[in-house]
Design a protein around this ligand. Structure first.
Ligand code: NAD
Length: 424
């Protein structure tokens, strides 16, 4: 029997290659000390674990899981946990690297981490997912903790997953530790507004971009790829701002209606187990075709590698707002930029999630909880502050928004590393 592979995938390699290339380009623009630039290409540590789970049919299947700390110079590691068949060491490392730049860009005292288990959660029962989560948590317990590394939800993990992680960790230490994860339900130490924060933060920036471009929300159309935590909230917030949402999708396909989609009804339909493409009265489209629907605002909120050299010529939008991590390749980004598309890059666009996760961790640590007004006010302040910084650097240096965002994040981490010095 061959030794099982550690889950190397082509998608994972592409993502890590993309993340590394972004670092190289930003480091060049920053004229960064090559010693620091080289160090930042590598994660600080990466843990690979095997996670045996007894399935409902009695079989025991061994899954592979990962937790990667890319850089923890600025504080404890922070980053989501993903359950997906695409999860690999390379994908997790790329996502951890992006978390490092994102936290630094937002001026949040966290380092970059990420984790995941390679599995197909759509085929697993609740009991199987709970067993997987608890065993995975036990296997990575030496890395996580409120002062060490604080996981959060990502693709196919949610408030329930975070509760199981918090409980498993708490059982091991013997007392309740809400601060070990963020994205928890309110009753176990979650924060109001955290679940909505990624989509809401993205829409805060879209509206800032709309104003900057002299446009009016009521006259604009939007297409949102991915209808989970990030995409459904983004669609809902856009509709609330009177933008007409004409296309949305989930992993099974998309729903299109040039006259506008009823976002709240679609959310209820999906919560009841439906697919967006099967919603009454919509035109079903593939995920590939969805990205090519002409619109003013395109928000990829699903997964990486969606806008590439292959389809960029057919992507027609004025604002590209990235809720997902890594949805656009650097090649496609350059072409869109040449065409004058206003890009809100992922490290900035989806940073509302980690920002509200930071608020949740602060509230758990202080044991003092904020109201929704405070959470949304602080979220808006931090998001718009970073947006202005990115725009002014991009303008001042003549670089893309993506490069400007990366440059700010990378230079903060590099400065901190220089002050702290090389150990020993
Ligand atoms: P989720 O599991 O709640 O939702 C994912 C959605 O994308 C679902 O509707 C799913 O059906 C769809 N999807 C999955 N694979 C797809 C594919 N290949 N093509 C089209 N649609 C697909 O996940 P989420 O938390 O909303 O995360 C979505 C993206 O946002 C991920 O890239 C994640 O890394 C990023 N992100 C999430 C957060 C957060 O707070 N949850 C924060 C920052 C970034």
């Amino acid at each position: 029997m061959p030794f099982p592979s550690w889950g190397e995938t082509e998608e994972g390699r592409d993502m890590l290659q993309e993340a590394a290339e972004q670092l190289v380009q930003a480091a060049k623009l920053l004229n960064l000390d090559p010693n620091l630039a080289n160090r930042l290409r590598f994660p600080k540590r990466a843990l690979i674990v095997t996670v045996p789970v007894r399935l409902d049919d009695g079989r025991v299947v061994t899954y592979t899981g990962y937790r990667v700390h890319h850089n923890i110079t600025l504080g404890p590691g922070k980053g989501g946990i993903r359950y997906s068949p695409t999860v690999s060491l390379e994908e997790t490392t790329a996502l951890a690297m992006w978390m490092t730049w994102k936290c630094a860009l937002m001026n949040i005292p966290f380092g970059g981490a990420k984790g995941g288990v390679c599995c197909n959660p759509l085929e697993m029962s609740r009991r199987e997912l709970q067993a997987l989560t608890r065993r995975f948590t036990s296997e990575i317990v030496m890395l996580i903790g409120p002062e060490k590394d604080i996981p959060a939800p990502d693709m196919y993990t949610n408030e329930q997953t975070m509760s199981w992680i918090m409980d498993t960790y708490s059982m091991q230490v013997g007392y309740s530790v809400p601060g070990v994860v963020t994205g928890k339900p309110l009753v176990v130490g979650g924060s109001v507004g955290r679940r909505e924060a990624t989509g809401r933060g993205l829409v805060n920036l879209i509206i800032a971009a709309v104003e900057r471009l002299g446009l009016v929300p009521e006259k604009l159309t939007a297409v949102v790829q991915g209808f989970g935590n990030v995409g459904s909230v983004a669609a809902q917030e856009l509709a609330e701002k009177k933008v007409k949402v004409i296309g949305v999708s989930d992993v099974y396909g998309g729903a299109h209606n040039p006259g506008g989609l009823p976002v709240d009804d679609l959310i209820r339909h999906v919560e009841a187990g439906g697919k967006v493409s099967e919603f009454p009265g919509v035109i079903p489209v593939s995920n590939k075709d969805l990205l090519e629907i002409p619109c003013d605002i395109l928000a990829p909120c699903a997964t990486a590698g969606q806008i590439t050299r292959e389809n960029v010529e057919r992507v027609r939008c004025r604002i590209l707002a990235e809720g997902a991590n890594g949805p656009t390749t650097l090649e496609a980004d350059a072409i869109l930029q040449q065409r004058g598309v206003f890009i809100i890059p992922d490290v900035l666009g989806n940073a509302g999630g980690v920002t509200a996760s930071y608020f949740e961790w602060v509230q758990d640590t202080q044991k003092f909880f904020w109201d929704i007004g405070e959470v949304n006010r602080q979220l808006q302040r931090i998001m718009l502050g970073a947006f202005q910084e990115v725009l002014s650097l991009a303008h001042g240096k003549g670089v893309s928004h993506r490069m400007a965002a990366l440059m700010i994040g990378i230079s903060r981490v590099a400065q901190a590393m220089r002050f702290r010095g090389l150990y020993p």
